[in-house]
Design a protein around this ligand. Sequence first.
Ligand code: 4AD
Length: 484
Amino acid sequence: MFHGVAKALTATSFTSVSRGVLFGIRQYCKKTATKLRVSEALLGAELGENVKVQGWVRSVRPQKTNTFLHVNDGSSLLSLQVVAGPQLNDPLLTFGSAVEVTGTLKKSPHQKQPVELEADQIHIVGECNPVDFPFKIKERHGLEYIRQFPHLRCRTNAFSSLLRIRSEATAAIHSYFRDNGFTQIHTPIITSNDCEGAGELFQVEPSGPEVEKDGNFFSVPAFLTVSGQLHLEVMSGAFSRVYTFGPTFRAENSQSRRHLAEFFMVEAEISFTQSLEDLTKVMEDMFRSATEHVLAHCVEDVDLFHKHVTPGHRDTVDAMVSKRFPVITYNEAIDILNHSSEKFAFPTNWGCDLMTEHEKYLVKHCGNIPVFVTDYPYDLKPFYARDNQDHPKHTAAAVDLLVPGVGELCGGSLREERLDRLSARLEEAGLEDAYSWYLDLRRFGSVPHGGFGLGFERYLQCILGVDNIKDVIPFPRFSHSCLL
Ligand code: 4AD
């Protein structure tokens, strides 16, 4: 009966029932119910006790006498089974509604779940009209479908799993740096430099009537940061290991599956280092440590992706964490590409930038595990990259980490610490005045140093096998789209 009523509800009849109705048998409780998160209840905390759980209904299964609900509060992919007797039946108990359930936590007679909550009271905190709700009970919606609802997609299993993994991976990255003696620096979001020199800047100016007609708010042009690197370099004049992890912005007019206008970058800078090996070691160790942590601490969430969203990807991830990452030079990469039978859309002659198709080919060629490519042509790299002073193929001490399914995950380099070379390059580019402070860093206690940046969304794509970067960030921003 309950089932039929819920299905037949229309938007009008649904909202006509008042919100927040308290119903059920009020029982006299000696002890106030202990509030538990779903994950705590599932672990059997307070077994046999009077408990209260709050969350959203993920399934409703009316049976002859009892109604079985699954309630989820975001603390775990698994939901808590609630058994509601006939006296608690209510047509407003629908998929997506928010509830507060009080009752006794019991060992479940079924093997499917360790515990269940025998409800004494169910309070509907927020109704959810199943007719209008874009997600349907028992349907597995694809990532592309749920992407249309950025304000609601956290209610789906797939996206809530992604958000838990993202949170855990963030914590793991911070732990890696803390455990390895790095100091976190909060680099600014608003800056007056274009670190990458690629001109992909969003300019920052106030809006509204107070805008001064003459001149900029900051008296100089200011932009959203494309990288915290130069600010980390400032700090690496006093701290031998620093890192930052925050949002970065690029005005790239790209609709690609691996570019966003706003993305999160993990950046590290290490002083007293003279070899790219010191950088690749940190990149590889951080990748491995974060990934092992996520695999160990988000078992069900990762399984959901590897079983239902990207079947077969688990083997790739296991290979990535168990094998050492090979290192090839750019020269070798070009040789590999030129000896391949693959037809590439973009040229592969020496001096060309490696495109996604090249990067993906190189990863496959090296056994479908992450691969470092070092020593790129000098002219391809920004002013800060250290000159290898080689000839005739002039290269810089720069390194990219390429990974399965994505291509470039990290970009880094040794920095040009020699004052004469750096000022010559800045002068050539007409940037010596803008970067006089940067030259100062080389005047006062300059040391060989280097660092890298890792695109956090690309990292998540890589370990979960997700094809589109928009599906691994809570609120994607890209050209012609800034929803919410
Ligand atoms: O290679 P990039 O441009 O390097 C830098 O910005 C350096 N200043 C970092 C450093 O040395 N401290 O960017 C680093 C990484 C890329 O490898 C890529 O993973 C990611 O940032 N990335 C993007 N991710 C999403 N959307 C975009 N538009 C991205 N652009 C770069």
